[in-house]
Write a protein that binds this ligand. Sequence first.
Ligand SMILES: [Mg+2]
Length: 313
Amino acid sequence: MVERANRKAERGATQGGSEIMRRDSAHPPPSRRATAAPKKTIALVYDFDGTLSPKPMQEYAFLPKLGIEPKEFWAECARISKAERADVLITYMHLLYKKAKEKGVRVDRADLVAQGKKVELYPGVAQWFDAMHAYVKKRAGDSGIVVKHYLISSGLTEIIEGTKIYPHFANVFASEYWFDAYDLPFPKRVISDTGKTQFLFRINKGLEDLSESINAHMPEALRPIPFSNFIYFGDGDTDVPSMALLKKNGGHAIAVHGPDESEAKCVELFKAGRCDFYAAADYRKASDLWKRTCLLLDRIIADVRVREEARGL
Ligand SMILES: [Mg+2]
């Protein structure tokens, strides 16, 4: 939390400087690493819309502010992207501001951050992050095993920054606008479904600064967080590339569905081998999601200890 707060202050000083431009000091680049990484960090990686929050984040404040029905907005996005053969995510980012301009509503970075306060979260989400730290501490003792939370979302960085859970993330990778480059804000970064996997590799290799190339080969021994230490949380088809990457590399995934919604999509993901478990998006203690996550954490902690033991022989 302290590390996060410091980085938040740093961002304020650089005005608009991106969170993801900052290196996690626990993971120096390979050139500065003398020996193999200890691999004692567990990464819990979350999708946002539908996973931590019931609805797409733009539906809580942005679209109501413009007086637009969400269903109509998303249908228009789909229609335009099909007709123009345009990327659907770039289309939504463009259309949001085009609509705002048409309505004479000015929405800047500060407005978007303020909108984050209106975003609803599933039950227990606000307490979940600290609870997972406490669980790992309780189970792993003073072994040095720690948990870090990451968010990878096609939604908007600025809205996420305004939510109360933002300080819990070691890093947030989300779509973002340039606010001063053009008349209408211009997409600075767009995180697509397959693009999400780039950030899984960045976490895996400790290359969280986007200015660092991700493509150079890095031996497994030097990667600070092996994929087997990952648990990914997602709610649907947009998470399939991330789930597939992790599952194929010894990682873990849990699919969630709204507590009052159909579990059909989760069952489909489970049957296709995309996830280890699925559960209702209820993050409160002793829920199915809680118990299944803890089961995977126990397994990861045991794997880390087995590796440590073997290393000492
Ligand atoms: Mg989602």
